[in-house]
Design a protein around this ligand. Structure first.
Ligand code: NDP
Ligand code: MG
Length: 387
């Protein structure tokens, strides 16, 4: 039996992970489940999976969670420190599926166990890739990608030598606005941005898919995870979302990974790795699909892609600044303080304002990342308020 913990259990990735776990009774022992404000669901999941520990990230939710789990033997805790402690509870396999840069510290703590970290939280790689992967290496832990594109690349690389890779192509659905003309994006509302043509995901990543900030983060994630040069990484719009990524080798061969747009595919691969296990996703009927389409990701329409390239070139703390500014801009868009296209303007302006702080000459540390994150959020808010 494998012991597992799920961080971000109440979210879209967390629920899908627990769905797979529930289908194999007796194979997994659930140690810790963490959530945020959805206390009723966290308590329900903790009971359903007979977890040892349930943690909410917010201290003010402690009493509600305690009340919801009264009479059970499940230990309850709350707050960021409690989340960090939960990550040090022994577990063979830990799912990192908290949304945002808040996933970094528990991820760093989990790899210290020297076991397996299934990484959905792309923000931790964008913010502090060298730190997280360096810590994993130091503690002999395995980090498995769960983002569908990166899982696809990882699978295409099995048995291959990374030095034979010429290019990595990740696909983008194009999000909610893929068929909108660029001029119309200024008027896109929150409701418009919260729909996704193919994937069913959390609200934040759905909006990031519409702006292609999600793809921008994934370009950086690809560089960090696979250690390839920025110019080897491409993003292409593929409206069907059936090919998740392609790896091109130096002999010109392209290995594509296909699967339905269902995250249980990538989660299941990480859950069963290094073996392949059964995963209850739809099987593709190629004749019915008939055709696959690709088109260029328009850099004018999606400035997030250019910003990602700048971050990859700059290195240092630019990923931490980029992520934090993007999160502040996203919060402002969700609270209707700024418009859709202003999100990229906020990130661009924050990166320019803080260009002196990036310092790629020395390595990054958790302290330098956290202060860059703090400064970038403050700067982004000041920019927003000045408009
Ligand atoms: P959701 O918004 O659906 O879920 C986020 C989870 O994080 C919830 O459990 C939420 O708790 C919890 N949470 C929110 N804020 C905090 C915080 N400050 N500290 C600790 N926990 C917190 O997100 P997704 O599942 O969509 O995404 C999770 C991660 O996976 C993201 O990094 C995303 O980019 C990545 N990812 C997601 C994909 C998808 O298909 N959804 C695909 C590929 C990557 P609560 O809801 O209880 O408040
Ligand atoms: Mg993805």
């Amino acid at each position: 039996m494998r012991s597992v913990s799920v961080f971000g259990a109440t979210g879209s990735i967390g629920e899908n992970t627990l769905d797979l776990i529930a289908r194999q009774p007796g194979d997994f022992d659930v140690v810790a489940l963490t959530g945020g404000r959805n206390i009723a669901r966290l308590a329900e999941l903790a009971q359903l999976h007979n977890a040892d520990l349930a943690v909410t990230a917010f201290e003010e939710c402690f009493e509600d969670l305690t009340a919801a789990l009264a009479g059970s033997e499940i230990e309850v805790a709350a707050g960021a420190q409690a989340i960090k402690e939960a990550a040090s509870r022994p577990a063979d396999w830990v799912m990192s599926a908290i949304v945002g840069a808040a996933g970094l510290i528990p991820g760093l703590e989990a790899v210290k166990q020297g076991k397996t970290l299934a990484l959905a939280n792309k923000e931790s790689l964008v913010t502090a890739g060298p730190l997280l992967l360096g810590a994993a290496q130091q503690h002999d832990a395995t980090v498995l990608p769960v983002d569908s594109e990166h899982s696809a690349v990882f699978q295409a690389l099995v048995g291959e030598d990374i030095s034979a890779v010429e290019r990595i192509v990740i696909t983008a659905s194009g999000g909610a606005f893929r068929d909108w003309p660029a001029e119309k994006l200024k008027h896109a509302t929150l409701e418009d941005a919260c729909t996704h043509p193919n994937w069913d995901m959390g609200q934040r990543i759905t909006i990031d898919s519409a702006s292609l900030f999600n793809k921008a983060m994934e370009l950086i994630e690809t560089k960090e995870f696979f250690g390839v040069r920025p110019e080897q990484i491409e993003a292409v719009v593929h409206p069907e979302s059936l090919i998740h990524a392609l790896v091109g080798f130096k002999d010109g061969a392209l290995m594509a990974h296909l699967g339905p747009p269902d995250m249980r595919h990538a989660i299941g691969y990480a859950l069963h790795w290094p073996e392949r296990g059964g995963v209850p996703v739809e099987r593709l009927d190629l004749a019915k699909i008939a055709q696959l389409n690709f088109r260029e990701a328009d850099p004018e329409k999606y400035p997030a892609l250019r910003l990602a390239r700048e971050v990859m070139q700059a290195g240092g703390l630019s990923g931490a600044i980029f992520t934090a500014a993007k999160e502040a801009a996203l919060d402002a868009f969700i609270s209707r303080q700024i418009g859709f296209t202003q999100m990229a303007e906020v990130v661009d302006a924050t990166l320019s304002t803080l260009s002196g702080e990036i310092d790629a000459s020395s390595g990054i540390s958790l302290d330098s990342v956290l202060s860059a994150d703090h400064l970038a959020r403050k700067t982004a808010m000041q920019i927003i308020e000045s408009w």
